[in-house]
Design a protein around this ligand. Structure first.
Ligand SMILES: Cc1cc2nc3c(=O)[nH]c(=O)nc-3n(C[C@H](O)[C@H](O)[C@H](O)COP(=O)(O)O)c2cc1C
Length: 214
């Protein structure tokens, strides 16, 4: 095995290790707006669920190479609100259009070619073309490092979910309709259509404390 002492590596090399090793990553396509009302869209693949009740999710905006905060983080700290839109195969190219580092006062919806729909409980708009949108309020933000290569963890409380009716069946999300994409390293993405089932084995009888345990 190669043995890598990450303390001796540059942040860019640690970044390549993270994005190559933690794959595929789900993508939060985050809609925010500044206190002045400038709308912003940006993708974050350092994104995951935390717990269902309260319904908490998190994503991590890194610092820019000069140590400054990304616009999404600034907006969320100013307003406490955001929407996470799931990225499907249909909108992944639109998402990519918002990845350049646009100036703070630029409305990124103008470049995304997507349709804003008003949210019910927060001010940032949802993306009509996304099959599932989560309206979120800021629960907590942890600034973990302000150095280049550092970042913050944004924890959001989901206050409302919108899902395409055909993607929802008796409480379950249908992956073939959602067609979410994941991010690998570099510019590579993954589809979620190549799947297999792996039923969980029951708890071996020797460890069961009551007859119903499994
Ligand atoms: C698919 C994808 C995933 C990304 N994931 C992250 C991420 O997890 N953290 C991050 O800081 N930037 C990530 N980026 C880069 C940001 O989207 C990019 O820096 C963007 O310009 C930030 O916009 P903002 O300054 O308007 O917030 C990602 C970009 C793409 C295309």
């Amino acid at each position: 095995m190669l043995s890598l002492d990450v303390e001796q590596l540059r942040w860019q090399d640690c970044y390549k290790l993270l994005i190559g090793a933690i794959v595929p990553r789900p993508i939060a396509f985050v809609s925010t707006q500044s206190a002045a009302g400038v709308r912003n869209l940006a993708a974050f693949s350092f994104f995951n669920a935390i717990c269902p009740k309260p319904m908490l999710v998190s994503f991590a905006p890194m610092r820019r190479p000069d140590g400054s905060k990304k616009d999404t983080l600034v907006n969320i700290e100013q307003t406490g609100e955001f929407v996470i839109n799931v990225v499907s195969e249909d909108i992944v190219h639109h998402m990519n259009e918002t990845a350049p580092d646009f100036p703070f006062d630029v409305d990124e919806w103008d470049y995304a070619g997507l349709t804003p729909v008003p949210s019910l409980k927060v001010r940032p708009a949802r993306i009509a073309e996304s099959p599932l949108q989560m309206e979120c309020r800021l629960h907590q933000v942890l600034h973990l490092s302000e150095e280049p290569g550092g970042g913050s963890l944004v924890i959001g409380r989901v206050v409302h979910v919108h899902v395409r009716p055909d993607a929802y069946d008796r409480g379950r999300i249908l992956p073939n309709v959602l067609r979410a994409v994941g991010r690998m390293g570099g510019d590579v993405y993954a589809r979620t259509t190549d799947r297999f089932e792996l039923p969980r084995p029951p708890l071996p009888e020797a460890f069961r404390t009551s007859p119903g345990d499994s």
